[in-house]
Design a protein around this ligand. Sequence first.
Ligand code: V55
Ligand code: FE
Length: 487
Amino acid sequence: MTVKFPSTPDFVGALYAPSRFEGSIRDLEVEGEIPAELNGTFFQVSPDPAYPPMLGDDIFFNGDGAVTAFRFAGGHVDMQRRYVETDRFKAQRAARKSLFGHYRNPYTDDPSVAGLSGGTANTNIVPFAGKLLALKEDSLPVAMDPDTLETIGNWDFNGQIGNTPFTAHPKRDPSNGSLLAFGYEAGGLASRDVVYYEFSADGTKRREIWIEAPYASMIHDFAVTPNFVVFPIVPITADGDRMVAGGQHFEWQDDLPFQFGVMRRDGDGSDIRWFTAPACFQAHVLNAFEDGHRIHLDMPSSSGNIFQFVQKIGAPAPAPHTFHFELTRWTFDRASDGRDATRQTLYDAPCEFPRCDDRVVGLPYRHAVMLGCDMSLYAIDRLGPPPWQFFNQLVHIDVVAGTAETWCGGDAECFQEATFVQRGENAPEGDGYILALLNHLETHTTELVILDTQRVDAGPVARVKLPVRMRMSLHGNWVPGKNIAAA
Ligand code: V55
Ligand code: FE
């Protein structure tokens, strides 16, 4: 049995050829100077298939989670990368081949893994109550040791929650460190059930609320404020009969309305109120905040579906370059009788992977970092069409002033998600550094670039040269200090 990956778009090139690297490198090479304030660890996770797909091809979102830690101290950076040893990873490694079929369709898995969690822990890596939680939205968190990246196992918060899906985008309440989270399809595959949880900073469950969404949708992210949570319901729908027949988990159904469920955090779910908006595509939330009886929610959006793998069944896939991309502010007025969300454009250009300062989550705020895309800066004549999820700009936006500063990484380069790091405990909002991996598409190399938020257009203050190529990743987080037990 030889290991051979397919030559399909999600498995080739500088961004998508599997990396499959596990190991440690002490003292990475640095060009420029690492700012003295950077003391802590940048954790991030990439879907990185350990074995070729069982069914010939697969999608990026179905790869095995591989976690990287970049540890900063005294101007040095060390790196460590390890797979999350999920039930799925361990079974496949023992068999030396893939045993799971289509993305989130257990009816297509090898019979030998029936009943085993198919979770890949590939989407986000979040510190909480002394552990790292490696997250995939279809399954429980997988806990890891932050110092060794050893996998502890599926994490149900010491039996406080059932074996339910758990979002990859939980939020920390900056007022008390609580973890706010939810799971969708929580009552079973393709169910409309959504469960909401709050855990205090020590890991104790304080709240559990069950609601029903208007239809079974992919709820990839949500928004929180001091008193409310908002669930965006995009028209990406799940269908159980289709899964039984071996079909895809999700479908794009833009004849359905885009809806936002606004729910009190301290209630029982019966107060949830649904606001409606024209169909559009959304994956991530930047932030939300309360303003009297109104709630504002800021998110990147596009006029069409950018997940090629959830096409409308039987309909041709529209070309993403025909879509309109922007950062949108949606407003919900709880005092009005209306059920329509109103919209405003905050940034009129392609953007994704939005992040605000952790200290202003759910509060009025100004600053955000995002990835942007300007195709006129890309050498398409030399390189041909770019890979999927191509972002060649870092963007620092002030949503109050309506201004943005950008830096392009080069005509043959693109970024992975950027993370914001505050300059120090008492630094003003948005003041600090931006960390992001930069992939060089021609040389198949990767750097970790560090920019100052005050001078984004001046480019990196330091480039950390990685001796390994890093496959495209999803999300990451900065944990200040040496010991994450306090995080
Ligand atoms: C997303 C990512 C996923 C997934 C479902 O970005 C949605 C959205 C990495 O996996 O399974
Ligand atoms: Fe995400």
